[in-house]
Design a protein around this ligand. Structure first.
Ligand SMILES: Nc1ncnc2c1ncn2[C@@H]1O[C@H](COP(=O)(O)OP(=O)(O)OP(=O)(O)O)[C@@H](O)[C@H]1O
Ligand SMILES: [Mg+2]
Length: 586
């Protein structure tokens, strides 16, 4: 998603990282102090060189050389020690900071509702959690520290230059002034360029992810050349954006490199004149020139330090775009004590997706009695999945309410609600973990018997034949399972621990007739004690239910037993016609 860059200045967005820098403040101060110290130690050496020229060299005094050489050596040692300290503190603080932000960002993304994830391509989240965070780490551990250390060095060196020779020193200062103007223009341009490149990185991550997930479709439809072409186009666009960045940086850098050389020529000329007129000693001129050379690096480094700062600022902005999205599905301020009973009631429920302009559900009224199994039948795209997602509050209704045991689901604590309501979705998602972990998902208080029972109900005995039984790793990083096997595990996950309300979105669609019959038989046992809403496409699934609700045009058009609806509702007959001819009706 290419969100418009907000106009907050780089400093404002970087300042917002304060929350995370706080625990590392000491280490950051150590970094700044040691970096500045090292730079200063390095800058002071020219003064000693000046003394060497005016003292031992001029007077041919080799003995006088030793103390000065000793001091220079001390400066060198100090610089090395400070360098070590800075690198160590940097690794600690910057890596710690990156880990902290990453953890908080991930936790936040997990808290955000499904509707957020509908709108944000996963690649944009991925690039924020990876590249943007490492940009920030480089800035905190490096850019920020050297921005301060180099500025401090520049100020000290300029002061020393003026101390050695006021007029020449002032000349340097004035000649450098145009840089300030160009720096501002550079920052504005580079900030825009950097943002553009970061957004394109996110788009690229999205296409990599989609093509990895959709590799079967791509291959079997022979779409590889097209995918490659469109990927290359994206990659080229990113290349173009990066080149624009580099062009901006190169122009600025040329100025940063060129200007100091011109000034050097002026300084050398002025210095020679000053020495000729005895306004300056030769040693002072040598000190001035070597010291001036030490000024070039802090000035030149400004180019990439400011570039890094802009990149970090726009990375921070991109991260805060996510962080500033408030979770909309939250625990109630005053949660209801507990649901009383397990009836499920839809009371004039309306729902519209965030980016849609019509309601999917237009006033659903439906009562499911405690312990009853209600099948939900409706055409493709009629809103069945949407309706099931509203019960555990994956989305919140946009009108009306859903009551469990007479309590509005929005008045229950989320963990409580999701403990009462268990769901299995159309696409059986498995994680890269063992079968057991995929079933329990870390829920506490699940016994071995619960697991066996759930596997039995879902007819998922096949897991015992896997190489390591129930401890076998499955999912993307493990063993691949068939569609039917996945569905049975998702079903086992849903019935695990005998939830009081069960919501199943077409749980038997990928099963062969034999397995389907077995799962149904076992499911019938579970469903007998549970209030359930089961989306059904086939008569065999419908037959598990006590009653059937027909979803038509966003409303419940009819409720009754399967045979009642077959007899009285033509739309229902049409929906189940093709398959029902093959199966005996009771
Ligand atoms: N995340 C979403 N954002 C916007 N619109 C959506 C979203 N999910 C579904 N829709 C739209 O809502 C309507 C109902 O979709 P839903 O998935 O609930 O249908 P369904 O009855 O489950 O269909 P099926 O039988 O094919 O599973 C469809 O028109 C669909 O395009
Ligand atoms: Mg569906």
């Amino acid at each position: 998603m290419t969100a418009p860059a907000d106009e907050a200045s780089a400093v404002t967005s970087l300042l917002r990282l304060r929350t995370w820098t706080r625990p590392h403040r000491k280490a950051i101060i150590v970094m700044i102090v040691s970096a500045s110290g090292a730079m200063l130690a390095q800058s002071l050496v020219p003064l000693i060189v000046g003394r060497v020229v005016d003292g031992p060299i001029r007077h041919h005094d080799t003995a006088g050389l030793w103390p000065l050489a000793g001091v220079a050596l001390l400066f060198g040692l100090a610089e090395a020690t400070l360098f070590f300290i800075r690198r160590y503190a940097m690794a600690n603080a910057a890596l710690g900071l990156e880990t902290d932000i990453r953890r908080d960002l991930f936790a936040h993304v997990q808290r955000l509702p499904v509707s957020f994830h509908d709108q944000w391509p996963s690649g944009q989240l991925l690039s924020r959690l990876t590249t943007d965070l490492s940009t920030i780490r480089r800035f905190i551990g490096f850019g920020f520290v050297f921005l301060i250390a180099n500025s401090a060095t520049a100020v000290v060196v300029l002061a020393l230059l003026m101390h050695i020779h006021l007029v020449l020193g002032l000349f340097v200062l004035v000649a450098m002034a145009p840089l300030a103007l160009f720096t501002r223009r550079f920052e504005l341009r580079y900030s825009r360029d950097a943002r553009h490149a970061q957004d394109l990185t996110g788009d690229l991550a999205t296409s990599i992810e989609e093509s990895a997930l959709g590799i079967r479709v791509i291959k079997s439809y022979g779409r590889r050349p097209q995918m490659l072409a469109s990927f290359s186009r994206d990659a080229q666009r990113l290349r173009g954006a990066e080149l624009t960045k580099i062009r901006t940086l190169a122009a600025f850098w040329a100025l940063l490199e060129g200007l100091p050389q011109l000034i050097l020529a002026g300084v050398a000329f002025g210095g020679v004149l000053a020495v000729a007129h005895h306004a300056m000693t030769l040693g002072q001129l040598v000190a001035f020139l070597t010291l001036y050379l030490r000024l070039i690096w802090p000035i030149v480094s400004l180019g990439w330090l400011l570039a890094l700062t802009q990149e970090a600022a726009s990375a921070a902005r991109r991260i805060f775009e996510v962080m500033d999205t408030r979770p909309t599905i939250l625990d109630p301020a005053e949660p209801a004590a507990a649901e009383r009973g397990t009836t499920v009631r839809f009371d004039d429920v309306r729902f519209r997706y965030a980016d849609a302009d019509t309601d999917v559900l237009r006033g659903i009224d439906l009562d499911i009695r405690a312990g009853e199994t209600m099948a939900l039948v409706g055409g493709t795209g009629s809103g069945k999945t949407t309706l099931t997602a509203l019960v555990p509050r994956l989305y919140d209704v946009t009108g009306g309410r859903i009551l469990i045991g007479g309590v509005d689901v929005r008045e229950l604590r989320l963990d409580q609600l999701r403990h009462v309501v268990s769901t299995a979705f159309e696409d059986a998602t498995l994680f890269s973990a063992s079968v057991r972990e995929n079933l329990t998902l870390g829920r506490a208080g699940i016994s071995e018997d619960d697991v066996s029972e759930a596997l039995e109900v879902a007819q998922a005995g096949f897991v015992h034949e896997l190489p390591f039984g129930i401890e076998t790793r499955i999912g993307e990083q493990g063993l691949s399972l068939s569609g039917g096997q996945r569905q049975r595990l998702a079903l086992a996950r849903a019935v695990l621990g005998r939830p009081r309300v069960l919501v199943l979105d077409d749980p038997l669609s990928a099963l062969d007739v034999n397995t389907e019959a077995q799962v149904e038989a076992a499911l019938r046992r579970v469903l007998s004690g549970t209030t359930a809403l089961v989306v059904a496409h086939r008569p065999s699934t419908v037959l598990l239910a006590d009653r059937v609700a027909l979803l038509l045009d966003g409303r419940i058009a009819a409720v009754g037993t399967h045979s009642e609806l077959l007899a009285t509702v033509p739309e229902y007959r049409n929906l189940l016609a093709q398959t029902s001819e093959l199966e005996p009706t009771p």
